[in-house]
Design a protein around this ligand. Structure first.
Ligand SMILES: Cc1cc2nc3c(=O)[nH]c(=O)nc-3n(C[C@H](O)[C@H](O)[C@H](O)COP(=O)(O)OP(=O)(O)OC[C@H]3O[C@@H](n4cnc5c(N)ncnc54)[C@H](O)[C@@H]3O)c2cc1C
Length: 465
């Protein structure tokens, strides 16, 4: 008796319900991964994220080999390639974890129906989230669109048990295929200092976080200079570690509670995209759909992507993205507000740029957060509440300028008191600091106060006064 486990973004052997179920019911298992050109070259193509994924897959293959199995690699459409593999290896069932994005669902459904036509039984599982986000509903049986009540319900949902890694994964004979290199996939690494992928790296990060930063997470998670968040997001995205395992390992206390709440934000955005797939392309709030007038300024968008807006915190965040393929959440909020409110540029362009570079680029989280910061999504607040002043944010979250100096070396020698608004530096101080505004570092591309007024007018007009 043989079953296939179709790995998609649950690239781990620990706490993997699909893998466990297949092993419990069958003598042999075909762990399979299918490279899909529609994803590799689609609108969210990313060299950095694909490289990270290749590292996760190499490690998954090694973990399977240690247990007597191996990863079967195919390329093309899963409904063709994996069904053929199932035939070759005599699989009677296929197990895989559910996913929530519109494309992942269409792809899963196409594969499921091809498997069913081939007489292979389809068995979907949990594994992506802490709870089954598809099933969470309000008292009236509707999906949630506000975070706090979702969080209350989510906290009370009984959890599935965390599963150990299997000791043995017996695989049948058959052509396993090889993992490609990034260049074979027509992609290249675009970030210079990315994190390493894989289950082991995830577990090391988790241990380091639990040993130190989790205790202070509630007080420090917004502090940019200290950077005390877990950095687990890319590992969660590719499922190198499961959210259930994280929950299980969390200690008691305020810090762990605050961290668990962030895991709930992740589930919330997955829940929202599952129930409102139209969000992938348009605003959740109908009153803004097609109504906001966006700027098409190429110059402003390029300055933003390159981290040359003249606003130190914005530029630091955008350069961190290009260097690490990751950005601190507080900086993501500031650059998101700046793009959509100060520059008046469509949130979808920011969303897309993030997906190109982020190693944790996750359609549900990215889309949900972009809509949130653009004030067009779920969990609504009046638009004027989410127009962030980069200088004030710096004062609050990077008071010593550590974060900014790390990513914007031109500002290294600028005195603390001028770091938030370097354009106000007297000319002699500019020369002394080796940072002449307009030459060594850009002058601000907008006036924040004016831009704020314009944003208010734009949103007011779109919302009908
Ligand atoms: C404009 C914008 C775009 C974003 N795009 C993404 C994205 O593509 N992928 C992504 O995983 N996160 C995204 N986030 C959310 C958040 O910034 C990252 O999850 C977080 O910075 C990752 O760092 P960490 O693992 O150290 O987080 P921690 O603070 O250690 O939090 C632990 C985990 O909780 C989850 N989490 C935390 N904050 C959020 C949040 N606001 N929304 C959803 N999940 C959250 C993540 O899985 C994270 O790994 C975005 C936020 C903004 C404002």
């Amino acid at each position: 008796m043989t079953a296939m486990v179709w790995f998609r973004r649950d690239l781990r052997v620990r706490d993997n319900p699909a893998l466990r179920a297949a092993l419990e019911r069958h003598d042999r298992v075909v762990p399979a991964f299918c490279f899909d050109p529609r994803l590799l070259g689609g609108r969210h193509a990313s060299g950095s994220r694909t490289q990270f994924m290749l590292e996760c897959l190499a490690e998954l293959d090694a973990a399977l080999r240690e247990r007597g199995g191996r990863l079967f690699v195919r390329s093309g459409r899963p409904e063709r390639e994996l069904v053929a593999l199932a035939r070759e290896t005599g699989c009677e069932e296929v197990h895989f974890a559910y996913d929530v994005s519109p494309f992942a669902r269409r792809r899963g459904e196409a594969a499921a129906s091809a498997f069913a036509d081939a007489g292979v039984e389809v068995r979907p599982h949990e594994g992506l989230n802490a709870v089954d986000v598809r099933a969470v509903e309000t008292g009236e049986g509707r999906p949630y669109s506000v975070f706090s009540p979702f969080h209350r319900t989510w906290s009370g949902i009984e959890r599935r048990p965390v599963l150990d890694a299997p000791t043995s994964v017996p695989a049948p004979r058959g052509r396993a295929g090889r993992l490609p290199k990034l260049a074979d996939l027509g992609l290249r690494q675009e970030v210079s200092d990315p994190p390493a992928g894989g289950e082991q790296a995830a577990l090391r990060r988790l241990s380091a976080f639990l040993d130190t930063d989790v205790r202070e997470y509630a007080d420090n998670h917004d502090a940019l200079g200290r950077d005390r968040t877990s950095h687990l997001s890319p590992y969660l995205h590719f499922g190198c570690v499961s959210p259930r395992l994280l929950e299980e390992r969390l200690p008691r206390g305020k810090g762990a509670q605050a961290f668990r709440r962030q895991l709930c934000w992740r589930d919330f955005h997955h829940h929202v995209l599952f129930h409102f797939p139209g969000n992938a392309h348009s605003e959740f709030q109908a009153r803004y759909r097609g109504k906001l007038r966006w700027s098409r300024s190429r110059r402003a968008f390029e300055a933003w992507t390159e981290g040359r807006t003249g606003f130190p915190l914005v530029d630091a965040g955008m350069r961190q993205l290009r260097r690490e393929g990751w950005m601190h959440n507080r900086a993501r909020l500031v650059v998101g507000s700046f793009l959509t409110k100060d520059l008046g540029i469509d949130w979808r362009r920011g969303e897309r740029h993030f997906m190109r570079y982020l190693v944790d680029g996750d359609q549900a989280n990215n889309n949900g957060n972009w809509q949130w910061i653009a004030s067009v999504g779920t969990d609504p607040a009046p638009y004027f509440r989410r127009i962030y002043n980069p200088a004030l944010h710096m004062e609050r979250y990077d008071p010593e300028g550590k974060y900014v100096r790390r990513f914007v070396p031109e500002l290294e020698r600028v005195p603390d008191e001028h770091l938030r608004e370097p354009w106000r530096m007297p000319a002699d101080v500019q020369r002394e600091a080796g940072c002449v505004i307009g030459e060594d570092y850009p002058a601000p591309i907008v006036d924040h106060r004016d831009a704020r007024e314009e944003a208010l007018a734009r949103y007011r007009a779109a919302a009908g006064g």
